[in-house]
Design a protein around this ligand. Structure first.
Ligand SMILES: Nc1ncnc2c1ncn2[C@@H]1O[C@H](COP(=O)(O)OP(=O)(O)OP(=O)(O)O)[C@@H](O)[C@H]1O
Length: 241
């Protein structure tokens, strides 16, 4: 389970500051929450803060609990233990960045296998095969990222993000470059795979229709004076559309 209390950061844009905060979030492994909101409201900032890519100004509590373990991430952040944070990210987190984030000098297959190599974990060949087939990228495995469309890179990037069965998947608009058919396919697969592998997932998405169709929990910001975004769970039934 992921549990966070009072996580916040201030971003400095010229002479003004923009604060992004998350008062409270609890997310069970296998469950999904989506981040929605207007452009510039702080979705990527929040995701990067949760992913320990951006250092928060404040964090009262941040824990990742699984089996008999409970990792006090807030404590590691507060003590600025970068090595430990890097180890945690590699072992327990999976990222799908907005543009795919594949390494240009590795083939698609080597990109996908990289997390396992870094962790010295064995590849589950059958699982890889299933994922590759589901996402239709078998013919791209020996190509380099620059030979792929952005949408193809996003699909490969998703497999790379979950190949090591992380506890938490963080995806920043993973379907933004896909046509409706493939967006639907990838979105469904993310939800399905999170359940199968017991991964908690936080997904930034503008796919309102799919979010509604799947009845997913939404985290959205309340904007205060265009200077502060406070993210909280949207109450069921408060859809405007
Ligand atoms: N590197 C940065 N340094 C300073 N301010 C930044 C930086 N990146 C983003 N910001 C500011 O932080 C705020 C939130 O940006 P963020 O990228 O998190 O929004 P977003 O909701 O993900 O937007 P989009 O949907 O357009 O991707 C914006 O006001 C932006 O100008």
């Amino acid at each position: 389970m992921l549990s966070i209390e009072q996580l916040s950061i201030s971003r400095h844009a010229g002479s003004t500051d923009f604060q992004v905060s998350l008062p409270s979030l609890s997310l069970e492994l296998g469950n999904i929450v989506v981040l929605q909101g207007d452009s510039g409201c702080g979705k990527s900032t929040l995701l990067e803060m949760i992913g320990m890519i951006l250092k928060p100004d404040q964090v009262a509590s941040y824990r990742l609990s699984f089996a008999d373990n409970s990792i006090d991430i807030a404590n590691i952040i507060k003590h600025n233990q970068q090595d430990k944070l890097a180890q945690l990210r590699a072992a327990y987190f999976g990222f799908v960045p907005q543009t795919g984030g594949l390494l240009p000098f590795l083939t698609v297959k080597d990109n996908i296998l990289l997390p396992l190599q870094l962790l010295r974990k064995r590849l589950d060949q059958q699982r890889l095969q299933v994922l590759i087939e589901k996402l239709g990228i078998a013919h791209l495995l020996n190509k380099y990222p620059k030979q792929l469309s952005i949408g193809e890179r996003q699909r490969a990037s998703f497999i790379r993000a979950i190949i090591h069965k992380p506890l938490l998947l963080l995806a920043d608009e993973p379907t933004s470059a896909l046509d409706p058919y493939n967006a639907n396919l990838l979105f469904n697969l993310i939800i399905e795979q999170a359940k199968i592998d017991n991964i908690a997932a936080i997904i930034v998405t503008h796919e309102q229709h799919l979010v509604k169709q799947k009845g997913l929990t939404v985290l959205e910001p309340q904007l205060i004076n265009k200077q502060k975004a406070i993210f909280s769970l949207k109450e069921q039934g408060s859809h405007n559309d």
